[in-house]
Design a protein around this ligand. Structure first.
Ligand code: SAM
Length: 238
């Protein structure tokens, strides 16, 4: 069901898209409030780059990259010879990404197929703000395990902007209060979001063999969803 929504995004889009347009197309205006500010977005991506030492990564893959809002900024901070890859199940969004980012390997596919798409290994694999749209938890765990399988030795994973299960009740209370519970349920019928505990993802990454795992609450300047989201990094595959 979410796929129907994302498939329709990016239709009838004009040329000369700004970063702000990409941020909006990728859904960071869905609270109905302002689009996330470009500077806050750039600052966030630079911060992620610092955490995982991005300058030393030669090949980077974004899972569910949308129209390329994240990859476009990432491209400006990595080394010139770093190879960038991305994929998303929305054909429209991938087509937009192809027009706004040069020299990036992009394709349209489901996250579950991550390990058969590019026939190479990566130094850094990440996914920003997409786990909550995945089919179910088993699907998500498989994507994480397959990411690990195609990660180079010494490589890192980052799963960002994940719905925090401990904040789920508050999230729905606030959303219901905005438009009323009945209206919310009518509008989002069949569009469930997944929520994860920090512990379940930590335990999965530990079981894969990572020794250094960083978990933090989301902190993008001016982002309404900060209060419900967290980031998890698994650094240096052994
Ligand atoms: C909020 S957008 C984030 C886009 C991008 N990661 C960013 O940070 O700008 C979520 C994206 O997840 C993609 N997506 C959701 N479920 C997916 C799946 N199972 N396989 C591939 N892409 C998926 C959607 O098409 C959408 O582009």
């Amino acid at each position: 069901m979410w796929k129907n929504i994302w498939d329709k995004k990016g239709l009838n889009i004009s040329n000369n898209l700004t970063l702000s347009d990409l941020i909006s197309i990728d859904g960071f205006d869905s609270s109905g409030k302002e689009v996330l500010n470009e500077n806050a977005w750039i600052e966030y991506i630079n911060y992620i780059g610092d955490v995982i030492d991005i300058k030393n990564k030669n090949s980077i893959l974004e899972i569910a990259c949308g129209s390329g809002a994240f990859l476009k900024v990432l491209k400006s901070i990595v080394s010139d010879n770093t190879k960038l890859y991305g994929f998303d199940y929305s054909n429209n969004l991938i087509n937009i990404a192809k027009t706004v980012i040069d020299d990036c390997n992009l394709c349209c596919d489901e996250a579950i197929n991550i390990d058969i798409l590019f026939n190479t290994c990566f130094d850094f694999i990440f996914c920003n703000s997409a786990f909550h749209y995945f089919n179910d938890k088993e699907y998500t765990y498989s994507v994480i395990k397959k990411s690990y399988n195609i990660l180079s030795k010494g490589g890192s994973l980052a799963f960002l902007d994940i719905n925090d299960q401990s904040k789920m009740d508050t999230y729905y209370k606030v959303r219901f209060a905005e438009i009323g519970e009945e209206e919310y349920k009518r509008k989002y019928e069949g569009l469930n979001q997944l929520f994860f505990t920090k512990e379940e993802l930590f335990n999965l990454l530990v079981s894969l063999g990572f020794r250094k795992i960083i978990i933090e609450d989301q902190h993008i300047s001016g982002y309404t969803n900060n209060q419900y989201r967290f980031n998890i990094f698994a650094v240096n595959k052994i």
